[in-house]
Design a protein around this ligand. Structure first.
Ligand SMILES: Nc1ncnc2c1ncn2[C@@H]1O[C@H](COP(=O)(O)OP(=O)(O)OP(=O)(O)O)[C@@H](O)[C@H]1O
Length: 261
């Protein structure tokens, strides 16, 4: 199994990496010795059958779940013991399978709150005003990038499902995250809107120089976007390689038991 991406940075530090990750809950091995390393600027898709452990892996990488053992590093720093908000400050953003938008707040407020969440420690008044201005600029830029600037004043609750997914992406961009974990960003999106969302994620990856790790069930989406694909099964990472390698892999065919990928 190949672990290191061609796009690992010249100094050898990965954007995000998990080493020998185990997650055991009530005696169940949810993650079983997972090694994963995503190079800077790389687009990694994580696939696998329902219950394979994909979200659990993202949870451990983002800090939402604490690994039973193993380590997590982010942009060259060990963040294993750090809670999610400190990993966010260190440059890691994520979206959730179930939206965590503040539906009663406007589109703009959602982006601005996310932009300020990254925080800058203890600041004086002048620095606070300047930091707030920068955060608001980042929020406006993120909304423009995902095409929601014209809807900025509307309550998030009035957005279509596809636009809510775009706003979730904008909140992560507004945080200025270098590494973005996306948990099924196309889930529940109308088939007509999927193409636009795929194009948007691709644009974000290419123009913003982000590292993206994306859980996704739609194989056509994965093949369109991913530099590499990691395949999970029963809590283990059973294959990792280029789309061509994964499609040709007998191990992967066995995981899906003959179902078309
Ligand atoms: N907090 C928890 N307590 C107990 N079991 C859990 C917990 N979190 C996850 N699991 C179990 O771990 C396994 C992996 O779950 P996980 O959500 O990571 O899988 P997944 O690959 O993301 O699945 P899906 O594609 O259906 O979202 C499942 O059997 C799930 O029931």
């Amino acid at each position: 199994m190949r672990l290191l991406g061609d796009k690992a940075s010249p100094d050898g530090t990965a954007a995000v990496a998990g080493r020998d990750l185990h997650l055991v809950i009530d005696g169940h091995h949810i993650l079983d010795s997972v090694d994963i390393e995503v190079g800077r600027g790389e687009f990694m898709a994580v696939i696998g059958p329902n219950g394979a452990g994909k979200t659990s892996l993202i949870n451990v990488l983002s800090g939402a779940a604490r690994a039973t053992s193993g380590t997590v590093s982010l942009l060259g720093r060990d963040v294993t013991g750090r809670p999610p908000h400190r990993r966010a400050r260190a440059g890691l953003g994520r979206t959730f399978q179930t939206s965590n938008l503040l539906l009663g707040r406007s589109v703009r407020e959602n982006a601005r709150l996310a932009a300020r969440a990254r925080g800058s420690g203890i600041l004086g008044n002048a620095a606070l005003v300047s930091a707030r201005g920068e955060a608001w600029d980042r929020a406006d830029e993120a909304l423009a990038l995902v095409g929601l600037d014209r809807l900025a004043g509307r309550p998030a609750s009035t957005l279509s499902h596809g636009d809510r997914r775009k706003l979730e992406l904008a909140t992560v961009l507004a945080q200025g995250s270098e590494v973005i974990l996306l948990d099924e960003p196309m889930a529940g999106v109308n088939i007509d809107d999927v193409r636009g969302l795929v194009d948007l994620v691709q644009r974000v990856h290419r123009t913003q120089a982000k590292t993206i790790v994306m859980i996704e069930h739609h194989m056509n989406v994965v093949l369109d976007l991913a530099d590499r694909i990691a395949v999970m099964h029963h809590g283990a990472l059973v294959a990792c390689g280029s789309p061509e390698e994964i499609i040709a892999s007998e191990t992967v065919q066995n995981v899906y038991m003959g179902e078309p990928l």
